[in-house]
Ligand binder design. Structure first.
Ligand code: TPP
Ligand code: MG
Length: 620
């Protein structure tokens, strides 16, 4: 007979979660830092009751279910995916609000446990408030919408299903190759139902995060390929940082001279001034990074999933002889681009390649070329940082001011708009955790809620959240949570009167920024091109409890940064910038253009697109 403990399903979940730990390289930590949640009839008597009964598993309040998922995954990102939060919601809208967050998690390969409430399992009260009814089945609810954005999805219709479901959930959450959003739907009656759970279900369990080794023969093949390479390049992705492979990468490239370019998730894997670091790769890349990828004969992708921003819509690699070697813990990514796949941990695989290639170095000509590209980009960055725009400030000078003011270990955090591209190119990253971009889903609204998660993960670092007016309007309410919990953020709120990035793209495509300004309706044109709207975002931030510093020039902005740092609570530094003045891009990006239009500018854009498409390659 096995010993049991009588608990509700919800109580059993909380007691189980607080006994789960992760471990890598001998370092152990609780896998869950607590639970974010908003209560409604779908979870208040279940998970809500359980959380109140287990204060050791801390409950955090949020203002929006989507944003609490952002907070959880930003936390996980800073923790190299070794720790995260659970998120509880009610049924219906509370649950579906988390779907976007789930997509952000899964696309960025970040762990989070979602516990949406669900409709009654016993169906005796159907349709309960907020239930979606279907004529053809009673076996689905709105929570089925989580399926495509979850790495594991389950519905706990009986308490005894919990033991197996939670083991599966934990395996996925702690797996570097499979992690993402895990969704366990919890019917509201089942949450409160009692059951005799096996006692050993609640024992402490440590999930070892292994460093999988790539196949030995494949590593030898890769070394042979690299040893013959004249123009190799490394694309460093997020996996390098998550695997804590930065020191191994630095050692390898310092010795061999192989140039390295960085994706959004990989930026910071080398310090910006490391001699082999050519900085941002791809669509928002530096000229040197773009040029080196273009001619590379061997591309070594480490921990990258080759998004179109990295592959320049598959036109980045133009050498007809180019070969790919991918080091990736996920086989799915390792095989991309027709690569020789080294399916394994980045740190271990780099070290093994380094050993096999101990006599390899790139030519002095290639090194000189890299040095020149790096020096040129340094100069351009200095110019952009120092440029004084005559009207409103430019975004480049704002980035320069924040970068110069911030300390080496501080974090800059961003997600959508024109800031990500500018930061990718211009931010001088000095620490592997210093550059936090959510650019897998590029989800407007991640910024402030994500900033909170980053700060919770490492309060010893200042977190500079850089957010545009559009993203701010979409989701800024977690300022309140940052104040409630005493996690101070410095939020740089850049107002450029609307969606400058998409406006720029729209102009580029020949549609003149249609629908991207915050303006009144103009009765003459019928469009939204009247006067500017009288919105005061700084006052809005003040009303949420932040200290707000309004600035009108770059000098005022710099003084305000000093004041913001002195504040004990979340501070917002507000500045207006010139949306028409944008940092240059050095590559194209495939976005469709209307194939039929009376507008000459649309037709011209289509012509350019056709020319650019000629450069697309199929790597198999
Ligand atoms: C949730 C969401 N909706 C829409 C988009 C498409 N989008 C990308 S950037 C952008 C505008 C962002 O505006 P703002 O934050 O003011 O930054 P700016 O472009 O002005 O730099 C939009 C609408 C998105 N990325 N995320
Ligand atoms: Mg804007």
């Amino acid at each position: 007979m096995i010993n049991t403990k009588r608990l509700t399903t919800a109580q059993a979940i909380i007691e189980f979660l607080q006994n789960q730990f992760s471990e890598r390289d001998g370092m152990e930590q609780p896998f869950f830092a607590g639970c974010f949640g908003i209560f409604g009839h779908g979870n208040v008597g279940g998970i809500g009751q359980a959380l109140s009964q287990y204060p050791s598993f801390r409950y955090y309040q949020s203002r929006n279910e989507q944003s609490m998922v952002h907070t959880a995954i930003a936390y996980a990102k800073v923790k190299n995916r070794l720790s995260t939060f659970a998120c509880t919601s009610s049924i219906g809208p509370g649950a579906t609000n988390m779907i976007t967050g789930a997509a952000v998690a899964t696309i960025n390969r970040l762990p989070v446990l979602l516990l949406p409430g669900d409709i009654f399992s016993n169906r005796s009260v159907d349709p309960v408030l907020q239930q979606l009814e279907n004529q053809y089945t009673n076996d689905i609810s709105v929570n089925d919408c989580f399926k495509p954005v979850s790495k594991y999805w389950d519905r706990i219709n009986r308490p005894e299903q919990l033991t197996a479901a939670l083991q599966k959930a934990m395996r996925i959450l702690t797996s570097p190759s499979e992690t993402g959003a895990v969704t366990l739907c919890l019917p509201q009656d089942v949450q409160a139902e009692a059951y005799d759970f096996p006692l050993h279900f609640f024992n402490k369990k440590v999930w070892s995060v292994a460093r999988a080794r790539a196949d030995k023969i494949s590593i030898e093949k890769a070394a042979a390929l690299i040893s013959k390479s004249k123009t190799p390049v490394i694309i460093s992705g997020g996996g390098v940082i998550y695997s804590e492979a930065c020191a191994a990468l630095k050692k390898w490239v310092n010795r061999t001279g192989i140039p390295t370019v960085e994706t959004y998730a990989g930026k910071g894997s080398l310090r910006y001034d490391e001699p082999q670091n050519l900085g941002a790769a791809g669509v928002t890349g530096t000229p040197g990074a773009i040029a080196v990828c273009r001619q590379a004969d061997v591309v070594i992708g480490i921990g990258t999933r080759y998004s179109d921003f990295t592959s320049i819509s598959q036109s980045a690699f133009q050498n007809p002889e180019v070969r790919f070697i991918n080091i990736n813990v996920s086989e799915f990514d390792a095989f991309k681009q027709g690569a020789l796949a080294l399916t394994g941990d980045a740190r271990e695989t780099i070290a093994e390649l380094d050993k096999l290639l101990k006599d390899y170095q790139v030519s002095s000509n290639y090194s000189a070329e890299i040095k020149k590209y790096q020096a040129d980009w340094n100069k351009t960055t200095e110019e952009i940082y120092a440029y004084r725009h005559d009207r409103l400030a430019s975004q480049g000078e704002v980035i320069g001011a924040v970068n110069n003011f911030s300390k080496e270990r501080d974090i800059v955090l961003c997600a959508a708009g024109s800031l990500p591209g500018d930061l990718h190119k211009l931010w001088r990253t000095r620490d592997p955790k210093g550059f936090h971009l959510e650019y897998g889903y590029s989800c407007m609204g991640y910024e402030i809620s994500g900033g909170l998660g980053a700060k919770m993960a490492d309060p010893s670092r200042e977190v500079y959240v850089m957010v545009g007016d559009g993203s701010y309007l979409m989701m800024s309410q977690e300022i309140i949570t940052s104040i409630q919990e005493g996690y101070k953020l410095i939020i740089i709120l850049i107002n450029n009167n609307g969606y400058a990035s998409i406006g720029g793209l729209s102009k580029h495509l020949g549609t003149e920024g249609f629908g991207t300004y915050y303006k009144y309706r103009n009765n003459e044109t019928g469009h939204l091109d009247g006067n500017c709207l009288p919105v005061d975002l700084a006052a809005n931030a003040e009303s949420l409890g932040a200290v707000v510093l309004r600035t009108k020039s770059i000098d005022e902005f710099k003084t305000a940064l000093v004041k913001a740092k002195e504040q004990p609570v979340t501070a917002v530094v507000y500045i207006e910038t010139d949306r028409e003045y944008q940092t240059a891009d050095y590559a194209w990006w495939e976005v469709p253009v209307a194939q039929v239009s009376a507008s000459p500018s649309v037709r011209e854009s289509l012509r350019k697109l056709t020319v650019n498409r000629e450069e697309k390659r199929i790597h198999i």
